[in-house]
Design a protein around this ligand. Structure first.
Ligand SMILES: Cc1ncc(COP(=O)(O)O)c(C=O)c1O
Length: 480
């Protein structure tokens, strides 16, 4: 008699796995017909779920059936080619398969010794990205720096701030906590993750100075320099500056050379956050966005935004890995091993906050190999060209104005008749389910954002979106 077990056998896995893969392939084939923004009301998904968990094992077919009935209506389809909201979080076949393999191997790569391939593939792929993106060579593992995969840009920026804090206080903050005198700087357009980092790192949100921006929403270096001088005069300790390549609101590009020079002259850690827009540097013609990166101490960008690698996958580079490792390394006895003691290996647990880590480099490796550099460049260029075409259409329609420079794949625009009309327009479009876009406020005014970056978006989708926007605007009346 077979031993009692509730586990899925390899044969069952083979069968259900095929069903699941078929479901996913069908989903991608049919995704365009689904309303992009989920139309459920709060609580509606939970109402369809039983109050108690099943006592007896359920058939896998029943579980799969509930994906359609219960889950899909509550999904906003980030992988729809009609998704133009926020910044993208695009996925692709090779990335999904790489992630599946990572789940299947189920390794925990905290130390080199706990799965050497997890560490070495990660180091290798992050080294590949340096020339692929034209990043400074100091970020290579063969230099004093190196790269690591983290869950998000938020975590990377926090780690950068922690390393900067320890460098500035000669490791006394780790031992005794902060004394309230450290001051960090970013622009008033920077992502909220920088403020969160200041809160979590014990710097305090009030000790993060939000530097004013110019007409293009880029940080004013002269205001930064002035603020640093004032803070020094007041007996405070400036230690960290975060600049953004492609702000979330409007895709503004902070002037890295000027900011980096101020950091160098004042001995401040210079961090660069290029969460989405960093991917544009795959194409040599867009590398100008990161001019000045040679002055940076750390750099972060998200393949999980625009590089066809499903969430989560963030790349974090430092110029001086010792500064990062000395900040985050603690070695309890139970993690000691010969490889670590030899000093010949990277133990990536020392490069971020969690101990445990997934084999995330697999999906990035799959993506880079499947597309090739050429394929990635092709699709990034195409996204940018589509956004630029959309920009032209907006310019030609006198009812709209362009609200910010659009150097890459984000167009910020608004109806000339004021906030209420813009909000109404956006809500109508999103309720239609035919496309999804979101808003921001620029100079206090409600502004629509149209970002082209979903994997399967083509010219047809962008044109359809623009026509839908025009049709909805006709209904609003107002400016002709
Ligand atoms: C400029 C910028 N930085 C940081 C983030 C945060 O990214 P993550 O979700 O990876 O923490 C975003 C997200 O949109 C962003 O646009």
């Amino acid at each position: 008699m077979a031993e009692k077990s509730y586990h899925m056998t390899p044969e069952q896995f083979r069968q259900y796995g095929r069903d699941m893969v078929d479901w996913i392939a069908n989903y991608y084939e049919e995704i365009e017909a689904l309303p992009v923004l989920s139309q459920v009301r709060p609580g509606e998904v939970r109402q369809k779920l039983p109050g108690a968990p099943p006592r007896e094992a359920e058939d896998f077919g029943a579980i799969l059936a509930d994906i359609d009935k219960v889950i899909l209506p509550g999904v906003t389809h980030w992988q729809s080619p009609n998704f133009f909201a926020y910044f993208p979080a695009n996925a692709s076949g090779p990335a999904i398969l790489g992630d599946l393999l990572s789940s299947a191997l189920g390794i925990q790569g905290m130390l080199w010794a706990t799965s050497p391939a997890c560490t070495e593939l990660e180091t290798h792929v992050l080294d590949w990205l340096v020339p692929m993106l034209g990043l400074p060579e100091k970020f290579l593992s063969s230099s004093l720096g190196g790269g690591v995969i983290q869950d998000t840009a938020s975590s990377s920026s926090l780690c950068a701030m922690l390393a900067a804090r320890e460098r500035a206080t000669k490791h006394s903050s780790n031992r005794r906590g902060c004394d309230g005198r450290l001051v960090a700087y970013t622009s008033n357009q920077a992502h909220s993750s920088i403020e969160k980092a200041a809160m979590v790192a014990g710097i305090g949100a009030e000790n993060l100075r939000l530097i004013e921006v110019d007409d293009s929403f880029a940080m004013r270096p002269e205001s930064l320099a002035k603020q640093i001088a004032q803070d020094r005069e007041a007996g405070l300790v400036p230690f960290f500056v975060s600049a953004t390549v492609g702000t979330t609101s409007s895709n503004a590009l902070d002037p890295l050379p000027a900011i980096g020079t101020i950091c160098r002259d004042n001995d401040l850690w210079f961090h660069v956050d290029a969460a989405m827009s960093g991917t544009a540097a795959l194409c040599p013609e867009f590398r100008y966005i990161q001019n000045g990166l040679d002055l940076a101490d750390s750099y972060t960008f998200n393949p999980h935004k625009w590089m066809f690698t499903n969430f989560d996958c963030n790349c974090f580079y430092v110029a001086d890995r010792k500064a990062l490792i000395d900040t985050l390394s603690i070695l309890p006895e139970y993690l000691r091993n010969q490889a670590t003691d030899s000093g010949e290996v990277f133990d990536y647990r020392d490069w971020h906050i969690p101990l445990g880590r997934r084999f995330r480099s697999l999906k990035l490796w799959f993506v880079i190999r499947y597309y090739g550099v050429e394929g990635l460049q092709f699709h990034v260029r195409r996204h940018i060209a589509m956004a630029q075409q959309f920009l032209e259409w907006v310019k030609q329609d006198k009812r709209f104005e362009v609200a910010a420079p659009a150097p890459l794949n984000l167009v910020c625009f608004r109806h000339r008749d004021g906030d209420k009309n813009n909000e109404e327009l956006m809500n109508c479009l999103n309720r239609s389910g035919e496309l999804y876009l979101t808003h921001t406020r620029l100079n206090g005014r409600f502004t629509l954002r149209f970002c082209v970056g979903q994997t399967n978006t083509t010219e047809r989708h962008v044109e359809h979106a623009w026509k839908r926007i025009q049709r909805e605007t006709d209904k609003l009346g107002g400016s002709k």
